[in-house]
Design a protein. Structure first.
Length: 399
């Protein structure tokens, strides 16, 4: 018999629990080693060395130079610094920005804010499964296109974009390429050399909340960024402010663990995802897979359950951490823009649940959650029957 579903965390796309090894690495820097990394004394030198060590671990994971890493408060700030900073610093005759319609709100809303300032914006929809076709981006490029931004992997439907091909296309057109790799770093191999600017965050990869990074690559011509705020000019003037050494150390520790565990961990998590998907399909009909079936993050499973309101389903699983989409959209009551962009109806989008499997999940938890979801969906469908003619519209084919 499966254990009771008291506390099962399956929401690893919204955040991840901080790994105990990361916590242990951070603890001395909260009290025993209080130095400011910019201070010219023993305590400061210790802190500076700790920051440099963390930069090396991060650089190793994403294949960049340590000096190319700019620490931020998280991926939202990194995305804002990338888009606002570059468009405002480098804009002359080139004032055109191209993004995909599936971008995270911190990219979408920043792009629309830039458009409101007078920059020009093109938004490219995805193809089947949520994949952005480089040919569609090329069709949107113009002579005055300065920048293109496409996420590495999607936070809701888990689809992984053809980043290498997009990067080649942008380089051939002398267009700056930014990728929000928040969902990808630590889960799948990420090579920063495919982009000019790369955003990611520690708390999506078992590190602490409140720390992220923007990789600003040393390419020719040099990338210029206008800072979001002003101060002491730290981090090459890109991002002023005293570095939170404890968080930086935690970020580095999380990246070191990811470098060691990523391959084996990805295989195990993929098996858990397939186990969950197979059990749900075997126990229920009318289950839709949202997003590309193969080209997706190993721990991501986004499913729509025919005839079920996802929010109501989650209320009957109070001990299980699941979501109905991006943590940035859960309070607005609107259907997921990502699912609507895939062609799902509002009803289908409202029936979607995102399962995010991670490092500490077990087979017993997966089986227990599957059994509970099957029982609840069956009960909900009995209370609100779905007409047989409507049921025929659904299949297991992903879109």
């Amino acid at each position: 018999m499966n254990p009771p579903l008291q506390r099962v965390f399956l929401d690893h796309h919204s955040t991840t629990p901080c790994d105990p090894r990361v916590v242990a690495a951070m603890l001395p820097w909260f009290h025993e080693r209080p130095g400011n990394a910019a201070s010219p004394h023993l305590f400061g030198w210790e802190a500076k060395q700790a920051v440099e060590d963390a930069q090396q671990h991060i650089a190793t994971l994403v294949n960049c130079r340590p000096s190319e890493i700019v620490f931020t408060s998280g991926a939202t700030e990194s995305n804002n610094l990338a888009l606002q900073g570059l468009m405002r610093a480098e804009a002359g005759k080139q004032r055109h920005l191209v993004i995909s319609s599936l971008e995270h709100p911190s990219v979408l809303q920043t792009a629309h804010a830039l458009a409101a300032e007078g920059f020009e914006l093109s938004v490219v929809p995805p193809r089947q499964g949520g994949i952005v076709d480089p040919a569609d981006l090329q069709a949107a490029f113009r002579d005055d296109t300065l920048m293109c931004s496409v996420h590495w992997a999607h936070n809701e439907i888990g689809c992984v974009q053809p980043i290498e091909a997009i990067g080649r296309l942008c380089r051939a057109r002398n267009i700056r390429f930014h990728s929000d790799a928040t969902q990808a770093v630590g889960r799948i191999p990420v090579d920063a050399r495919h982009a000019d600017l790369l955003s990611f965050s520690a708390h999506k990869m078992y590190g602490p909340k409140g720390i992220g990074a923007l990789v600003v690559r040393r390419v020719s011509p040099r990338i210029r960024l206008r800072p979001l705020f002003h101060g002491g000019g730290q981090q090459h003037g890109h991002r002023s402010g005293t570095l939170p050494v404890s968080l930086v150390v935690g970020f580095g520790a999380a990246c070191r663990l990811a470098s060691e565990l990523q391959r084996e961990e990805g295989v195990r998590i993929l098996r858990l995802r397939e186990r969950l998907h197979e059990r749900l399909r075997a126990g229920l009909d009318g289950v839709l897979l949202n997003g590309e079936a193969e080209r997706r993050l190993p721990g991501n499973l986004n499913l729509s359950f025919l005839g079920v309101e996802a929010q109501a389903l989650l209320l009957q699983l109070p001990g299980v951490a699941l979501s109905v989409g991006s943590a940035c959209h859960t309070d607005d009551g609107l259907p997921s823009p990502a699912l609507l962009a895939l062609g799902r109806s509002p009803e289908e989008a409202h029936a979607a649940i995102r399962f995010g499997i991670g490092r500490e999940n077990t087979e017993a938890e997966i089986d227990g959650v599957a059994d509970a979801v099957i029982a609840i969906v069956r009960k909900m469908r009995e209370q609100t029957p779905v007409h047989a003619a409507n049921r025929a519209r659904y299949s297991e084919e992903p879109i």
